[in-house]
Design a protein around this ligand. Structure first.
Ligand code: GAL
Length: 686
């Protein structure tokens, strides 16, 4: 498969699907009676079903019963509601785990997982994989000609609860992965892992085990990273078997999966196997209502960085409660606003989790659209209102991508996992990307997350937070970006580790040194910045630093933009460098990004690249996002403030959500306006 994954890709959907995951297996026929009609009234055109119903569909080995789903799909179909089915492999039935206990996962303490919740079976198990293929094939063949089944979701949230398994099957599969990766050459593995350290040398692949960090001491970071890669490879292979079966049964179906979780490379084969990625949205895991709009926006932009626009198979529709937590109840119109936020940031379809709150099981307080008593209340009314609005807006967003002027490097599994193997107590690339994203989002810029191997054209600025692990293959793309006029900003510690997760032999930033015109002469951690404060002296301000300092040397073409201050041995030593190449420039910042530091870099972006907020006159509290293609531009104005906001000077065009009144938008708390503008061919932006 060679489909190019890019943040700019729309999905291939021709319909904006709107609906909910639906669990007919939880309810009696009388309670289900009105469901299709109520869903149709809410504007639904899809439901997702069956991801946890293996026990019902195959009550005994090899005996299949799809009657409940046949009937439900038909009743929904009569009301114009299509179905997305799921392979039910997140919850293998008891007859399977009882007959084959070796399918159960084992954690790092050697404890075997029990039947009794979900995700208890291991994708390394040949037995589990055979049963998974069998149920997938039985479902695929049974539903192949059902006109109401439009697509599939593989499994459910792979790696959500459990990914690092140490069962016997994983030992075998891990060795298989390593043999393939190192071409059966154990000397190559020893060299790649640096096994000379602590006498770790292996004489055969059969000796290798899955790593258990901290048991007893720190594990080898190269071993740990290869293990994370193995987990991704293994789950990709597991999913691929299902995808092959589904595609063979009906090539018209779309296939998706709802991510995103640890140890899966969603920029790799995992997603290339799918039509598009799914991304589940639960904003209330951020308990701070004032920060929630930022975390939701970042998470969505981050999800889009893997492969482009996505479907949302699950978006929060009520408070979630499980174990020892219970979210705040979304206030009136909050669910609707958060759905608009998802659409603005790249959703090409959206389903609310879930239709009706279940009365039993581990998620009996995970609230859906309808309450336990099956009475539609304000959540239903709100979702119905959005259903009406989406009749107009839904088709308009398809085929558009989200505009990005400032890209933040994100969405690389290897980089994230490498950080976890040896973090030095420093913030993760993910955390800093969120900080950088929030800085620009708050100020109204079109900020997004973009992988360094992706299409960088159209971006004015590109920021790489602190990516210690770095692939030299990305350098030509970054160089081209700079030559074409872009401004690249590279943060400290970037490109200090090779792809094996070992430290590079060259002086940092290694493969990036000549592009940024700087070299790191000395570096250090700042564990007590209040006791020995350091600061960078920018032309307009002196900014204290945290976490890390780097004293830089100037390479040919490099110019010093700011210098260190605070400790005698660093006094006036270069801290921030810039080098011009072609029409653009690359900056190197010898510390960790903070809002204060970004504030000092912003003028360079404004002057060099004409970087400006999307809609400069938008008032505070209104977040602006643009989706566009060569024909049109859709402006989203989202009232994320806690109060009423009105503003004039708004784009000309057709109002797709809230109509303007005498040229002004009056947006109550949680309200959203969307303006559609047609683009003229000379319009060059985006
Ligand atoms: C998702 C999951 C659903 C449900 C929901 C609420 O992560 O896919 O099955 O568990 O969370 O907890």
């Amino acid at each position: 498969m060679s489909r190019k994954l890019s943040h700019k890709n729309p999905t291939n959907l021709k319909t904006f699907y709107y609906g909910a995951p639906y669990y007919p297996e939880h309810w009696d026929a009388a309670t289900r009676e009105k469901d299709p009609e109520r869903m149709a009234e809410a504007g639904f055109n899809v439901v997702r079903m069956a991801e946890f119903a293996w026990d019902l569909m195959e009550p005994r080995e090899g005996e299949f019963d799809f009657s409940l789903f046949d009937e439900t799909i038909a009743r929904l179909g009569e009301k114009g509601i299509a179905t997305i089915l799921c392979t039910p492999t997140a919850t293998p039935p008891r007859w399977l785990t009882r007959a084959h206990p070796d399918v159960l996962r084992v954690n790092a303490d050697g404890v075997t997982m029990q039947h009794g919740s979900r995700q208890h079976a291991c994708p390394s198990s040949p037995v589990f994989r055979a049963y998974s293929r069998a149920i997938t094939r039985a479902m695929a063949e049974h539903f192949a000609d059902n006109p109401h089944v439009v697509g599939w979701q593989t499994d459910n949230e792979l790696n959500c609860h459990f990914s690092e398994c140490h069962c016997e099957n994983c030992q075998v599969a891990f060795r298989e992965f390593l043999r393939e990766k190192y071409h059966d050459d154990i000397a190559a593995l020893n060299a790649g892992w640096g096994t000379a350290f602590w006498a770790l040398t292996y004489s055969s692949f059969d000796e290798i085990q899955t790593p258990k960090n901290g048991k007893p001491a720190y594990a080898n970071p190269a071993h740990l990273l290869d293990y994370a890669r193995f987990i991704s490879w293994n789950i990709t292979r597991f999913q691929h078997e299902q995808v092959e079966i589904l595609r063979a049964a009906n090539s018209q179906w779309f296939i998706t999966h709802n991510g995103t979780f640890r140890h899966i490379d969603y920029r790799g084969e995992f997603t290339q196997d799918l039509d598009f990625l799914g991304y589940d949205v639960y904003p209330f895991f951020d308990s701070d209502p004032t920060h929630r709009p930022f975390s939701q926006a970042f998470n969505l932009d981050h999800a889009r960085a893997w492969s482009g626009n996505f479907m949302i198979p699950e978006q929060q529709s009520g408070p979630g409660g499980q174990g020892n937590y219970f979210h705040d109840n979304p206030e009136p119109e909050e669910i609707r606003r958060m759905a608009y936020t998802s659409i603005a940031h790249g959703a090409d379809s959206l389903l609310f989790f879930r239709w009706r709150t279940c009365r039993f099981g581990a998620e009996e307080y995970w609230c859906g659209i309808l309450d336990h008593d099956n009475i539609p209340r304000r959540r239903y009314e709100e979702i119905k209102q959005l259903g009406q609005e989406l009749k107009l807006l839904g088709p308009e967003v398809l085929g558009t991508h989200v505009r990005v002027d400032v890209g933040v490097a994100a969405a690389d599994m290897d980089v994230y996992d490498a950080h976890e193997t040896l973090s030095l107590g420093l913030p993760s690339p993910w955390q800093i990307a969120a900080l950088v994203h929030g800085f620009f989002y708050k100020r109204g810029y079109a900020v997004g997350c973009v992988h360094p191997a992706d299409d960088l054209s159209g971006l004015k600025a590109y920021i790489i937070p602190h990516w210690a692990l770095f692939n030299p293959e990305w350098v030509p793309n970054l160089t081209r970006f700079v030559e074409n006029g872009g401004t690249l900003i590279v943060g400290a510690r970037t490109a200090t580790k090779d792809w094996n997760n070992n430290v590079i032999a060259e002086t940092p930033p290694g493969v990036l040194a000549s592009l940024v015109g700087a070299r790191v002469a000395e570096y250090g951690r700042q564990n007590a910045p209040d006791k020995r404060p350091l600061a960078i002296n920018f032309p307009k301000a002196k900014v204290p630093t945290v976490h890390w300092y780097e004293q830089l040397d100037v390479l040919p073409g490099g110019a010093v933009m700011a210098r260190w201050e605070g400790r005698l041995h660093l006094e006036r030593k270069p801290a921030v460098m810039m080098k011009k190449t072609g029409a653009g420039a690359a900056l190197y910042v010898g510390t960790y990004f903070t809002e204060e530091i970004l504030e000092q870099l912003l003028p360079a972006l404004q002057e060099r690249n004409g970087l400006a907020p999307l809609w400069p006159s938008a008032p505070e509290g209104i977040h602006v996002v643009v989706r566009e293609n060569h024909e049109k531009r859709l402006w989203f104005f989202i009232n994320d403030s806690d109060g009423f906001v009105s503003f004039e000077n708004i784009p000309e065009g057709e109002d797709l959500a809230k109509p303007r009144i005498t040229g002004k938008f009056y947006l109550m708390r949680n309200e959203v306006a969307v303006v559609k503008q047609l683009r003229v061919p000379t319009d060059s932006n985006g």
